[in-house]
Write a protein of this length. Structure first.
Length: 185
């Protein structure tokens, strides 16, 4: 299995992240409990988390405030580690033990790509950027999410996804994915 979707999600989100201004760090996001600062930290830290999940090690930089520094450079470093971990020998076939349970590496790859891409959408929305991100990738991730996300995963916190919301007519594929994952588009 290829890391192509993850690499595309990383590229899309990096494009959004590189346009975030320091003065936007206190702005609200579509993620109710996070400001832009927390979202940036989640996006950057997520790359290290995914790498550590594949490698079976504690994530590097847990609790770091990446938003205080060069968060694009930190994202680039984490993304490089993340992709390398998924490209490692047997990573896709191995059962991974994660904080929320066990899953095959290939499924975790799908989760990593979807999480990275969707939080890039959240950041674009929060910072006034276009949310029409990587249409072909968004369609691919939406199809995968529709297969993988069961009703039991939806609801209030601590459930990972809110109820599906409607996307407006003519919405981009990225907007449709965000709505499917519980965002107001």
């Amino acid at each position: 299995m290829s890391t192509e979707a993850l690499e595309q999600a990383i590229a899309s989100t990096r494009g959004v992240l590189s346009k975030v201004k320091k003065e936007q760090l206190g702005d609200a996001t579509p993620c109710a409990s996070w400001k832009v600062r927390e979202l940036v930290n989640h996006i950057v830290g997520g790359q290290y988390f995914f790498a550590a999940g594949v490698e079976g090690t504690p994530p590097a930089g847990a609790g770091d405030d990446y938003a205080d520094g060069d968060f694009v450079a930190a994202f680039d470093e984490g993304a490089k580690k993340c992709v390398a971990a998924f490209q490692g020998e047997g990573a896709m076939e191995r059962m991974l033990t994660l904080p929320f349970g066990q899953m095959p590496g290939a499924a975790f790859l799908g989760l990593a790509a979807t999480d990275t891409f969707t939080h890039g959408w959240d950041l674009a929305k929060a910072t006034g950027q276009s949310t029409d991100l990587a249409p072909a990738l968004a369609a691919q991730l939406l199809a995968g999410a529709k297969q993988a996300i069961q009703p039991a995963f939806r609801g209030d916190e601590p459930k990972p996804f809110g109820a599906e919301k409607p996307a407006p007519a003519g919405a981009s594929k990225a907007d449709e994915l965000a709505a499917f994952l519980g965002r107001t588009v």
